[in-house]
Design a protein around this ligand. Structure first.
Ligand SMILES: C[S@@+](CC[C@H](N)C(=O)[O-])C[C@H]1O[C@@H](n2cnc3c(N)ncnc32)[C@H](O)[C@@H]1O
Length: 267
């Protein structure tokens, strides 16, 4: 249920309509957050009810996009939290590459592509075989379209070194840079809802950062269990810098360092 203390029937109606009409199931998302963000939009358009707001959205595609954007927030950048990416480059990717040449990494909730392309760049840096690839998924078709194009403005590069920018991007103009084709070739983008669609198996690494913060505790637990089931033994789960998995032991994970977990078991 969306609001356990005082379920607002109008809001529950709205959530059911969102699921039916926009194909977005918000039941696993934190209810207060969903309501707060929706109410902000009601105020913005000066409408007095969820019904009225739904009517507005149905009449205007841009308003629907705005609503979906507000619910799923797409903020991201290349090499977000750079010290963690340094550890991936120095320790975790080389370790995985020693175990197999066909490594597959999943960036779940990849937004506009900065995260999976960061992995692609590191695979190039480490001269990984062409079979080493990145699956990048998101629920939001709009950001995936941007991701496939692979053109970014300077805001995406606050954590990117000049050297990497020069070697893996083509300057389009004064503001925009495009990811080079060799990096693009490593990444496959796909529309996927991690709360309802099936997961691939036998993955070497799963990166899911700054997504589960929107989910309720129970949803998060099920999701982490599904991630573990998708990893091969020895595979690594990399989470966001404000996200900790407290029940990691019962999930058969061990902590490598904060925000990096490894699936245990005999290889
Ligand atoms: C804040 S961005 C995080 C991007 C990137 N992982 C990072 O940390 O920089 C969150 C992304 O999660 C996506 N998302 C939210 N709910 C999702 C779901 N149920 N399934 C897949 N992606 C989802 C959003 O569309 C958004 O692009």
């Amino acid at each position: 249920m969306l609001d356990q203390e005082a379920p607002d029937p109008q809001f529950l109606w709205f959530i059911a309509e969102v699921k039916k009409r926009l194909n977005l199931d918000l039941s696993g998302y934190k209810p207060h957050r969903v309501k707060r963000r929706t109410d902000m939009l009601l105020r913005k358009y000066n409408v007095g009810s969820y019904q009225e707001y739904m009517k507005l959205m149905m009449a205007d595609e841009k308003k629907t996009e705005e609503f979906l954007d507000k619910m799923t927030i797409n903020v991201t950048e290349f090499f977000r939290n750079p010290e963690k990416w340094e550890a991936i480059k120095r320790t975790y990717l080389p370790g995985l590459m020693k175990q197999s040449s066909r490594i597959k990494i999943w960036s779940a909730g990849c937004s506009s592509g900065e995260e999976p392309y960061s992995v692609g760049i590191l695979l190039e840096e480490l001269r990984a075989p062409a079979s080493a690839s990145v699956l990048a998924t998101d629920i939001d078709a709009g950001v995936l379209q941007k991701a496939k194009i692979g053109v970014y403005d300077e805001r995406a590069f606050v954590s990117t070194s000049e050297d990497v920018l020069r070697r893996y991007f083509r300057k389009v103009d004064e503001i925009f840079y495009e990811v080079l084709q060799n990096v693009k070739n490593r990444v496959q983008f796909r529309n996927h809802n991690m709360l309802q669609d099936p997961f691939e198996k036998n993955l070497d690494m799963i990166i899911c950062r700054n997504v589960v913060i929107y989910f309720e505790a129970e949803t998060k637990n099920v999701l982490y269990q599904n991630f573990v089931d998708s990893l091969r033994v020895g595979g690594i789960l990399f989470v966001g810098s404000t996200e900790r998995i407290f029940n990691y032991r019962s999930l058969n994970l061990k902590v490598l360092e904060p925000f990096f977990y490894q699936k245990e078991g005999s290889v």
